[in-house]
Each structure stands twice: as structure tokens, then as C-alpha cells.
Design a protein around this ligand. Structure first.
Ligand code: SAM
Length: 366
């Protein structure tokens, strides 16, 4: 199966009788520690590149060439292997014991959690059934779930290369994201406390735990499409001391959660959108708008098209990256700020929060 096809264009149309935001075109295809209170409320500035987006993404000739190379099956298989090897060896060089962490999960009792987290009647969207991150079953496997934490830690290390430790890398990546959320909420929520939080695309619960530790008085729900990832999240949570407000895990589609309207003060979508086709992104924005209370905050962190580091990625690295992320071109073509505004959000603010990521925050109007 070709992982890549041509990119799609995002069309945002506003109609007189209410807003419609849409995509049209060809679609393809333990230890989390709390981020210490920052000494300053300022988020450092990070260098932007000269382009709107990297030349290797979107509809450029370079992007098309890379897409064509990747769609050739024998090459894709080699790239898949290569991407895995690069991921594992760079993680282990940075003191992230990838294979040991994976083995620990796979040899544990994590499998028992599946029954309690899985919603057997859930219908997966087609895009979620594609090979992904070099896993043939995408996120729907135990191996992908067991490797999710070392992969996430490794991503944090790559994002903050100047950090001298894992802890420091997380302080910057997660700390800046959380600071932006707190600042936005203080400025725009009309003084409402954050009582209910939804973490869409929570994976194995890393972002969810940061949220729970930053907002200990809030009830936090982690939602994901992978019951394997949620099983790891629940298993890890059971291993730590109980919280006053236990995290709830929900197996659902972030495009259509089935949760009641106006039931959250904060929705986080952390490192999810670059994995989605544009139609799913638009649907997730609409669903978040429905789920947030007036004055509620939407917080998105993801790859920044204007990141200098991403724009200057070497051909080997961007080819490997694209070979494992089938929707990256679509992600880079979306004008996310505009899409969020068109959905009805106000106070849309977006800026680099580390060298590779932007944090976008927005409010549901009163
Ligand atoms: C890279 S992980 C997110 C990591 C995590 N939020 C963090 O910050 O560490 C992306 C997650 O999005 C989930 N996902 C993708 N599409 C989704 C959807 N439509 N609804 C809910 N979760 C989705 C995937 O299963 C995966 O766990």
C-alpha cells in the first residue's frame, strides 16, 4: 500500500448561516516528574526560519520527490527499518533505555488493563488503520504502546538538544507548553478556575500526567483511540501513589467523543495533529469547541512549520521522518491558526515554545 499520495489542500469556507470549516481535496491514503515551577513566567523566544514551512513538506517539488521515493514499497520497507534503528540508537545514546523500557512493559501485567479501558463498539476512522511510525498496525499494537514512552522521551531530547538531561529537556518542552496554557487561561477565562480537563490523544498518559500535576484540583480525562496506549497509561497510573482526583481514561475518537457539551475548562491536544489528515483536524477543532465551556481554553502543541530547525533538517532525517508519518504534508498545509479562528475560537495566539514546536492557545467566547 502506498503510504503517500498527493497532498491535500485545506479549504476554509465561512457561510452566512453559521460557520463551516472544512477540508476538500484528495486525502491520503516512570516516571513523569512534575515540571518545577518556573522561575519566570516568560517563555524564552526560539528562532524562526525564513520560510512559511519546510521545503520538504507540503506541495513543493522536493516534497513530491520524497513522497514518490517513499511510496515505492521496497524503499519504504528499508526506510521503515532505518527509521526504527535511528530512533532506538539515538534514544539509547541519550541515556533513554529504549529496549529495557519496552521489555518492562511487554513482560508486565499490562494486558489485563485492556478489558477495562477498551470500548469494543468503537469504529476506528480509516486513517487510523494505516501503517504508522514504522508499525504495520499503526498505534493498534502492544509493541507501539510499549515503545511510546521511550519514543516520546527521545522526541523531547531531540527538541531541546542543548538540554544536558532528560529532565531539563522536559522542563523546557512541557514547562513552556504549560506556562502558555496558564498564562492564556489567566488572561482570557474571566477568572474561572480550571476544574475539568480533557487531554485528546493522550497516548500512554505522559501529557495527561503533566496536566494532572499542574492542575491538581482539576478532574482530568485522557482520551485516545488506541486501547493499547490507554492500557499502558492506566497500568502506569496504578503504579504511582493515588491522586485526590484520579485520572480517567476514555477510549474514543477525539473527532466525536460522545462527551457532554460545555463540560471542560481546558482541552489539550498535545503532539497529535501532525498525525492526522486535515479532515480529522477540522473535526477535532469543532468537537473541542463544543466540549469547552464559555471562557474555556484550547491548547495545542505540535511541530512548528516556521521552526528554523525543522526547515533545516537534513535530507536523510526528513526522508526518514516522512516515511513514518503519512499525514505530515497535510499537517504542514493547514493554516492552523485560521482553522481555529474559523471554528469560532477567539484570542488565538501561537508562538514557538521550543525549537521545534509551537503552542497555540485559544478561547471559547463568552
Ligand atoms: C504522539 S501521540 C500524543 C502524545 C501525548 N499527547 C504527549 O503529549 O505525550 C498521538 C496520539 O494521538 C492519538 N490519536 C490519533 N488520532 C486520534 C483521534 N482521532 N482521537 C483520539 N486520539 C487520537 C494516537 O492514538 C496517539 O496516541
Amino acid at each position: 500500500m502506498a503510504l503517500y499520495a498527493n497532498t491535500c489542500k485545506l479549504y476554509v469556507d465561512s457561510f452566512a448561516k453559521g460557520r463551516q470549516v472544512g477540508c476538500r481535496g484528495r486525502t491520503i491514503g516512570e516516571g513523569i516528574v512534575a515540571v518545577k515551577a518556573a522561575a519566570s513566567s516568560e517563555v524564552a523566544e526560539f528562532e524562526a526560519g525564513l520560510l512559511e514551512r519546510p521545503k520538504w513538506a507540503g506541495e513543493t517539488p522536493l516534497s513530491r520527490i520524497v513522497g514518490a521515493v517513499i511510496s515505492f514499497k521496497p524503499i519504504y520497507s528499508l526506510l521503515k527499518l532505518g527509521a526504527r534503528q535511528v530512533l532506538i540508537s539515538t534514544a539509547e545514546k541519550k541515556d533513554i533505555p529504549w529496549r529495557e523500557m519496552t521489555r518492562e512493559i511487554l513482560e508486565s501485567d499490562v494486558y489485563k488493563e485492556l478489558e477495562t479501558v477498551q470500548n469494543s463498539s468503537l469504529v476506528y476512522p480509516d486513517y487510523y488503520l494505516s501503517p504508522f511510525h514504522a508499525y504495520d498496525e499503526g498505534n493498534l499494537s502492544w509493541v507501539a504502546a510499549a515503545e511510546a514512552e521511550p519514543a516520546t522521551l527521545s522526541m523531547a531530547r531531540r527538541s531541546v538538544p542543548e538540554a544536558t538531561s532528560m529532565d531539563e529537556a522536559n522542563q523546557i518542552l512541557r514547562g513552556n507548553w504549560l506556562k502558555r496554557i496558564q498564562q492564556h487561561s489567566e488572561q482570557h477565562s474571566g477568572g474561572r478556575a480550571i476544574r475539568d480537563i480533557l487531554d485528546i490523544g493522550c497516548s500512554v498518559g505522559i501529557s495527561t500526567r503533566y496536566l494532572a500535576e499542574t492542575f491538581p484540583l482539576a478532574k482530568v480525562t485522557g482520551l485516545d483511540l488506541s486501547p493499547y496506549f490507554l492500557s499502558v497509561a492506566q497500568f502506569k497510573e496504578k503504579k504511582r501513589p493515588p491522586r485526590a482526583n484520579p485520572i480517567r481514561w476514555r477510549h474514543a475518537n477525539g473527532e466525536e467523543t460522545g462527551l457532554p457539551s460545555s463540560s471542560f475548562d481546558l482541552i489539550s491536544i498535545s503532539l497529535v495533529l501532525h498525525e492526522l489528515p486535515c479532515t480529522a483536524t477540522v473535526n477535532m477543532m469543532k468537537e473541542s469547541f463544543r466540549l469547552l465551556r464559555p471562557g474555556g481554553t484550547l491548547a495545542i502543541i505540535d511541530q512548528a512549520p516556521n521552526s528554523k530547525v525543522l526547515q533545516e533538517l537534513s535530507p536523510v532525517l526528513f526522508t526518514l521522518l516522512k516515511s513514518t508519518e503519512p499525514f505530515l504534508d497535510e499537517y504542514y498545509l493547514i493554516n492552523l491558526e485560521e482553522t481555529v479562528r474559523e471554528t469560532g475560537f477567539v484570542n488565538v495566539t501561537s508562538a514557538l515554545s521550543d525549537a521545534r514546536h509551537r503552542t497555540l492557545t485559544a478561547t471559547v467566547p463568552f
